[in-house]
Design a protein around this ligand. Structure first.
Ligand code: KE4
Length: 433
């Protein structure tokens, strides 16, 4: 094979950038092999440094819901850069973006724009602690809320002890207030509130856990989260960085509101889709909470590039496109067709397989039935997943290089792309059987 430009670039990158990447999952450590360096992308595809084309089911981990390079978005960004890159002063477009987000999320009366999901989740937790005057927080094993210190934590031994850091450089004191419970475990949740209820500032949750590939919070579990938070004066923080505007126009909270009358989280964390691929995230909620933020209230939060005019142009154009009638119905149907096709191919090859989707987000497991928590997800055979990943990659299909990551379909994916993907998967499943 001619020189592999990806390998050359990876070599150069590793000389300067830790692991050759600016975010660990991109390094293919879980699946081995050489990461594909993207040259350019358009619609449902990207081309790597060798000029090879891939059907892209990552789409920047969710933001590219319209597909790469949507003309209306490109034009909006081009116009924005002509007006200026960044001012450090307010602009009208930040108001327009806030209005567009709030229009679709009844639980969000006010919001603050930031530059990453990590920043949004970290700030929402600080606001929850500031608003309640409490320190303790609950999160769930397998959920990821960005890399703020207090959230890099794994379950302590039993409920008595609080979390232990999952990363070097995080002092134990910083995570001592973080309790990590098992996702979908109502008994543990009730035990934690019985023991610590009056000290809990918030429960942070990914309503559909995309960082465990794709695990839904059961309706009874979500109902109990809501009830216990309300009863004990804790806030329910919905981390919708991945699910927001991805699973539905109203996010995962609108999916749970259909199943639980009157359901709403207290704070909502957003990112990815609302920036359309540019660095933009947000957190929001009722006025009574959001007005605790500086400069109005005692909870400090700030950012040089928050509400960046080019990012807001990209996000606003994206949100305006996905709000068009029928957008989500078409996207959900295409995503279901992909999932059903993969299920059929796996069944035909006799490979244990389960999959699920909501809107334009999907996940699958080399397990006979859908896992309900992190422990069950990690029973997947990672070696077999690696073979599936590379089998698809060799056939021009790019899925997440880790078995705990979700997948994303865009409006640009055509029926032929779905068919090609299912065909490629059929061949690979047969080799796995
Ligand atoms: P960022 O700081 O990466 O923008 O967002 C952090 C974050 C917060 N909450 C949820 C639910 C998230 O999924 C994320 C980031 N998601 C990962 C994908 N699993 C981003 C990919 C990466 O880390 O490179």
């Amino acid at each position: 094979m001619a020189t592999d430009k990806n390998a050359e670039l990876f070599e150069r990158a590793r000389a300067l950038i830790p692991g050759g990447v600016n975010s660990p999952v991109r390094a293919f450590r879980a699946v081995g092999g050489t990461p594909r360096f993207v040259q350019r992308a358009r619609g449902a595809y990207f081309w790597d440094a060798n000029g090879d084309r891939y059907i892209d089911y990552i789409g920047s981990w969710g933001p590219m819901i319209l597909g790469h390079g949507h003309p209306r978005v490109v034009e909006a960004v081009q116009r924005a850069v002509e007006e200026g890159f960044s001012f450090g002063a307010p602009t009208e477009r930040e108001i327009e973006l806030a209005e567009e987000v709030a229009k679709h999320l009844p639980a969000v009366e006010m919001l603050r724009l930031v530059s990453s999901g990590t920043e949004a989740a970290m700030s929402a937790i600080r606001l929850a602690r500031g608003a309640t005057g409490r320190n303790r927080i609950i999160k769930f094993e397998g959920c990821y809320h960005g890399h703020a210190d207090a959230l890099l934590v794994k379950a302590g031994s039993g409920l008595a002890t609080f979390g232990h850091p999952t990363s070097a450089g995080v002092p134990a004191e910083v995570v001592q207030h973080t309790l990590v419970l098992e996702y979908n475990n109502i008994a543990q949740l009730e035990e934690a509130f019985a023991a610590h209820g009056e000290d809990i500032a918030c429960v942070a949750i990914e309503p559909i856990a995309g960082n465990m590939n794709f695990v839904r919070a059961s309706v009874p579990f979500m109902q109990r989260c809501r009830e216990l938070c309300s009863r004990h004066g804790a806030l329910l923080v919905f981390d919708e960085v991945m699910t927001g505007f991805r699973v539905a126009l109203g996010g995962a909270q609108s999916v749970y509101a259909r199943a639980i009358p009157g359901f709403a989280p207290d704070l909502t964390v957003l990112g990815k889709v609302i920036g359309g691929g540019m660095p933009l995230a947000a957190f929001g909620g009722p006025r009574r909470l959001m007005e605790r933020l500086a400069p109005l209230g005692p909870v400090y939060q700030a950012g040089t590039l928050s509400g960046n005019p080019v990012a807001t142009a990209c996000g606003l154009a994206t949100l305006q496109e996905i709000a068009r009638p029928g957008f989500y119905e078409a996207l959900a149907q295409k995503t279901r067709a992909l999932v059903d096709g993969l299920k059929g191919a796996a069944a035909e090859a006799g490979v244990p397989f389960s999959a699920d989707s909501e809107g334009g987000m999907f996940g699958f497991f080399l397990l006979p039935q859908l896992p309900r928590n992190y422990g069950e997800v990690m029973k997947s055979d990672s070696e077999r997943f690696g073979r599936l990943f590379h089998g698809l990659l060799d056939r021009g299909v790019y899925i997440a290089p880790a078995l705990y990551e979700a997948g994303f379909v865009s409006a640009a994916h055509g029926d032929d792309d779905i068919a090609r993907t299912v065909e490629a998967a059929s061949e690979v499943f047969r080799s796995l059987a």
